[in-house]
Design a protein around this ligand. Structure first.
Ligand SMILES: CC(C)(COP(=O)(O)OP(=O)(O)OC[C@H]1O[C@@H](n2cnc3c(N)ncnc32)[C@H](O)[C@@H]1OP(=O)(O)O)[C@@H](O)C(=O)NCCC(=O)NCCS
Length: 159
């Protein structure tokens, strides 16, 4: 049975390993292997993964029998509350772990008075998109979205 707890800096290498597996799985038909490695190298330097339990940065992991199997990070960005990243080890997809991570982050935001939050998702990430739509997110327009490859979709959810 998986459980969710706060990320500790000791988890950084395990989180980077989950990220590698999850990104190659999620983006295999969207980006080249080289591009995925480039993104991973830029965004998952273990020393840049920082502990947090505030509205500026909150970071949780899901673990199963002591092994990190997924993570979620939220925080404030350009004046908005944002879900920065949520990924699971593909072996654990579809077992309710993503729901547990999202519920943990949303409970924290509600306790801190957050009324809505946003995230960006690649338009071809069907798994991510269907999950977020089931969880009550809807698409909004945002001029600051990342268009470095193909424009990300911006989704918002009311809490
Ligand atoms: C998106 C993700 C975090 C969801 O987590 P998960 O643990 O797989 O999802 P859950 O098992 O909690 O299921 C949540 C809902 O999605 C549905 N679902 C599960 N697997 C599904 C699938 N393969 N296709 C469509 N819906 C699915 C479930 O029925 C459930 O709906 P419900 O809450 O109404 O019962 C996870 O699949 C993942 O890491 N995907 C790859 C990475 C990714 O896309 N991250 C987001 C990038 S922005």
């Amino acid at each position: 049975m998986a459980r969710v707890r706060l990320f500790k800096s000791d988890d950084a290498t395990a989180v980077a390993a989950v990220a590698r597996k999850a990104w190659h799985y999620t983006y295999k038909d969207i980006f080249s292997k080289e591009k995925i490695e480039e993104f991973l190298a830029a965004h998952y330097v273990p020393s840049n993964l920082v502990e947090g339990n505030t509205l500026r940065n909150s970071f949780w992991v899901a673990e199963d029998k002591g092994k990190v199997i997924g993570y979620i990070q939220i925080g404030q960005f350009q004046g908005k509350m944002k879900l920065f990243r949520m990924y699971l080890d593909p072996d654990y997809i579809g077992k309710g772990v993503g729901s547990m991570l999202l519920e943990t982050a949303e409970k924290f935001m509600v306790q801190h008075g957050v009324k809505k939050y946003v995230l960006e998702v690649h338009p071809q990430n069907k798994l991510g998109l269907s999950f977020y739509r089931r969880k009550g997110f809807y698409e909004v327009k945002d001029d600051n979205t990342d268009c470095s490859s193909e424009c990300e979709l911006v989704l918002e959810k009311q809490l």
